[in-house]
Design a protein around this ligand. Structure first.
Ligand code: ZN
Ligand code: ZN
Length: 273
């Protein structure tokens, strides 16, 4: 299994996952022109993607979904709640999934898990390659880690987790108090400290890559996020790579198994390896 973060942050999110048989995206929060450029960095033609799994209806996750799915023939996988918020998807080939369920797309078994976020039936996604057995968890846009999310992070090979803000930077940053309250609230976004805790809890022998996603440009930066989460993972004896995703550049491939090198990772730490 190989995973690329094509971009992640409040201006757009898209993650490419592939095995020998199947390619999917999780979210398509960029215009098709941008998606095509970022996919080209990964050496992937947009037409070769089978489906886009949509986590929720916020613009930074769906901006390109309708036009890209129409243009390149992608199937959309989402909850009924997400679909309800996107009336212009009526014509698209869609697989509706309950919030806590599983769906098969090609080689991938997709497990959906409800998350706590201010959207209509938002989900996290655990992607398992049925041929290779590799597992990647994509968990972002959530205010806190519930018991069911925590359980879903068991036995992953790759964890992509939200590390949205540094609590101190949010407090002293440019956002008005009401927006700050929404971000740090139960239905908002995970802080670096929350990410550190969740990532440390999910450590097991096969987890060799953790990627910090959805970093705020105002209330965080990659070094701060890697510092906070890295300290915690070091204490928890994590052995693997910790990488920060970027808003405007592609990070990957992050590979399970042989050749775990990352070709384009501007900022990463190698811990205990
Ligand atoms: Zn988002
Ligand atoms: Zn959101």
């Amino acid at each position: 299994m190989k995973l690329w973060v094509l971009g992640s942050g409040s201006s757009g999110n898209a993650i490419l996952i592939e095995t020998a048989r199947t390619r999917i995206l999780v979210d398509a929060g960029f215009a098709p022109r941008v998606l095509k450029q970022r996919l080209a960095v990964a050496g992937v033609a947009p037409e070769s993607i089978e489906a886009v799994v949509v986590t929720h209806e916020h613009t930074d996750h769906i901006k390109g979904v309708a036009s890209a799915a129409r243009k390149w023939g992608w199937t959309v996988v989402c909850t009924a709640g997400t679909r309800m918020m996107c009336p212009d998807w009526a014509e698209l080939r869609t697989i509706l999934t309950p919030r806590k369920s599983s769906v098969v797309v090609g080689d991938f078994h997709l497990e959906t898990v409800p998350v706590s976020h201010d959207a209509n039936e938002p989900i996290a996604v655990i992607v398992t390659s049925m041929e290779e057995g590799a597992r990647a968890g994509i968990v972002y846009d959530l205010g806190h880690v519930t018991e069911s999310v925590s359980r879903a992070l068991d036995k992953l090979d790759i964890l992509v987790i939200e590390s949205n803000h540094d609590e101190g930077m949010l407090r002293t940053g440019p956002y008005p108090p009401s927006v700050q309250a929404r971000i740090r609230g139960k239905y908002g976004h995970l802080s670096n400290r929350d990410a550190a805790h969740a990532a440390s809890q999910s450590i097991h022998s096969a987890l060799n890559n953790i990627v910090l996603a959805h970093l705020s440009e105002q209330n965080n930066n990659p070094r701060t996020a890697l510092g906070t989460v890295g300290d915690s993972l070091r204490r928890a004896r994590f052995r693997g790579r910790l990488t920060a995703a970027a808003q405007n550049s592609v990070v990957g491939p992050i590979c399970v198994g042989a050749g775990t090198g990352i070709a384009t990772a501007p900022i990463q730490l190698a811990l205990g390896i």
